[in-house]
Design a protein around this ligand. Structure first.
Ligand code: HEM
Length: 222
């Protein structure tokens, strides 16, 4: 039987938990990709090779990640649909209702930044995970030369520009996402809420900037 969250709280809860899981993946993924900046291509390829040497465990992790993506998109669409049903006309003017409302450009564009990220992730996974399989010898072991593929993709300025644009969207999505997830999980506190909110904004900016630096760096220096 398919799990079908009926109450709006259950939908938001599912969306929050899967969103936090995906944000953790994005943080780890940025750390992995910062290996591109070490100046030694072997560092990047060694790490990817290690991940693939996990075999069935990696498959389980990848399937789990895909399930999180699907549940996040699905619960987001359900929440969005409920909102449309409740207010089919939309607001004529957006104005924040105060400190706890957090009406911002990020909050109003979640569905658009989210759908853009979905299209991006499909394109991205096809490009890299299922892209050309170059090989290289590292420490006497033959492995996939992912470094070469990344350099090839980011030698095209159009790809670099597209990545930079999408990463700005990612920053906006995460900025509101962190805040919204904490609220959905009931983490409201008169004093600490402001700290969490500011922390969420900082993490979103750090992640977006980190991912923006990579394609530009690869284009300019590798
Ligand atoms: C400069 C930015 C990025 C670079 C250079 C990059 C690089 C890569 C590479 C090389 C892979 C293939 C890994 C492998 O086959 O072992 C990959 C997979 C993936 N990336 Fe990225 N990535 C970037 C940003 C992102 C962002 C922002 C997201 C999500 C919002 C993302 C989501 C994914 C996903 C879901 C996979 C598939 C993971 C798997 O199947 O194991 N990536 N990325």
């Amino acid at each position: 039987m398919v799990f079908w969250p009926r109450s709006s709280i259950a939908k938001k809860f599912l969306n929050a938990v899967t969103g936090i899981g995906l944000a953790l993946f994005v943080i780890v993924h940025l750390a992995e990709n910062l290996l591109l900046l070490t100046g030694n291509p072997d560092d990047y390829n060694r790490w990817a090779h290690f991940l693939h040497s996990l075999g069935p465990l990696l498959t389980v992790l990848e399937l789990g990640l895909a399930a999180f993506f699907l549940a996040h998109i699905w619960s987001a669409l359900l929440v969005y649909w409920d909102k449309l049903k409740a207010r089919p006309q939309g607001y004529r003017v957006y104005r924040s209702a105060g400190w706890t409302s957090r009406q911002t450009l990020s909050s109003q564009t979640m569905i658009y930044t989210g759908l853009t990220l979905l299209a991006f992730v499909i394109w991205h996974v096809v490009t890299f995970r299922f892209g050309p399989y170059y090989t290289v010898m590292v420490d006497g072991v033959e492995m996939r030369d992912l470094h070469r593929l990344v350099v090839e993709v980011f030698s095209d300025p159009i790809n670099v520009a597209l990545y930079v644009g999408v990463m700005v969207f990612l920053g906006f999505h995460l900025r509101h996402g962190f805040w919204s997830a904490l609220q959905s999980l009931g983490a409201y506190h008169p004093r600490w809420t402001a700290v969490w909110y500011s922390g969420g904004v900082l993490v979103a900016i750090a992640l977006a900037v980190g991912f923006i630096v990579i394609p530009i760096w690869v284009y300019l220096y590798l």
